[in-house]
Design a protein around this ligand. Structure first.
Ligand code: DAH
Length: 344
């Protein structure tokens, strides 16, 4: 009887080797593992085995059963994985994914901020929805002031709201300057901050202007801050951002919140001052307004103009990037054409 089991052992091992597909495996299962199969039949026979051999026979029969089950499972696994593998054509070309990158405006805001952070400026954030007080009144621009016509404002819907206090009328900020007011109201000098962000103006859309763009505001308030500090700071910025060989210049200008005021030009990056379409043949491109904080503004935010002086500047980001990379049309920033964006 035991010899018989040993023969079956080697027979099973040989047979499983020759199984090469799922049909062959099913035949193997029917022969050995089904209800009328070899293993079940051998268990049936157990009752005819002489008493003294029963123990050993039973043990070896169990081992045979385990062996057959194991061989069956192993074969099943190897057949199913190899059949799956045959479905994959490893010679096919893979799919390519286009990885996104940061938008060039976000990158420029970061780069410009880090240039100022290196010389001790902190980055602040002001709200995009402002009110008349912060956007205009506190900045020495009351409602009748002619410069309010320069910035066509998007006012928000005030239907059903109490706006008896006109200075609380909500609007989309037309510049980042109201952030200056908020910082001066909440911090004691020395204040050295920049405020990057979106601004909104009701403008006709063209190659040079959009109704939404970005600015970075700068403010430095302390005792004895001078116009020389302002000039040195902006010069440092221009050299870091545009490179050492471009000149900057300041032209006298007017802003209600600074006195004196100036506009900052950088030598045209494209023609290096020769004159081209980008710089309207002047050789210079305007990138910022600036000046010494008007004493009236200090009074409006509760700082003593006899104790403190300060400088401020506001820079147009799209304009600045256009100068640096020679981008001819401001609308390209927002069209999301990947062929354009990919270049930066
Ligand atoms: N807010 C001005 C504008 O949007 C720019 C500006 C000019 C900001 C002079 C300043 C400044 O802080 O001092 O046109």
């Amino acid at each position: 009887m035991l010899d018989n089991l040993n023969n079956i052992n080697s027979e099973v091992e040989n047979e499983i080797k020759s199984v090469s597909d799922l049909n062959g495996l099913e035949e193997f299962r029917l022969k050995y593992l089904s209800r009328k199969g070899v293993v079940a039949t051998l268990f049936e026979n157990l009752k005819d085995v002489p008493k003294e051999e029963k123990g050993r026979y039973g043990k070896e029969l169990n081992e045979l059963k385990n062996l057959v089950n194991n061989l069956f499972e192993e074969k099943k696994n190897s057949l199913s994985t190899s059949e799956e593998k045959t479905d994959i054509d490893i010679t096919l070309e893979g799919r390519t994914y286009n990885e996104g990158t940061r938008h060039l405006i976000s990158k420029a805001l970061e780069e410009i901020s880090s240039i100022f952070v290196k010389i001790g400026f902190k980055v602040y954030d002001g709200p995009e929805i402002e009110d008349e007080f912060h956007n205009f009144d506190a900045l020495n621009t009351p409602w009748f002031h002619p410069s309010r016509d320069m910035q066509d404002t998007f006012y928000l819907d005030t239907k059903g709201k109490d706006i008896s206090d006109k200075s609380k009328t909500p609007l989309l900020r037309t510049h980042t300057s109201p952030g200056q007011v908020r910082v001066m109201q909440s911090h004691k000098p020395p204040i050295r901050i920049i405020l990057p962000g979106k601004v909104f103006r009701n403008e006709a859309i063209s190659a040079r202007s959009l109704s939404q763009f970005h600015q970075i505001e700068g403010l430095y308030v302390d005792k004895n801050v001078t116009f020389g500090d302002l000039k040195g700071t902006l010069d440092y910025f221009a050299k870091q951002f545009f490179g050492n060989d471009l000149k900057t210049r300041m032209r006298p200008s007017f802003f209600p919140f600074t006195e004196p005021s100036a506009e900052v030009d950088v030598e045209c990056f494209i023609c290096k001052g020769e004159g081209c379409r980008i710089c309207k043949h002047t050789g210079w491109v305007e990138i910022a307004g600036c000046g010494m904080v008007n004493p009236k503004v200090f009074e409006n935010v509760g700082l003593d103009p006899n104790e403190y002086t300060g400088f401020a500047f506001g820079m147009g980001i799209e304009r600045t990037i256009m100068v640096k990379y020679g981008i001819p049309d401001i609308r390209m920033f927002y069209e999301n054409d990947v062929r354009f964006l990919k270049q930066f």
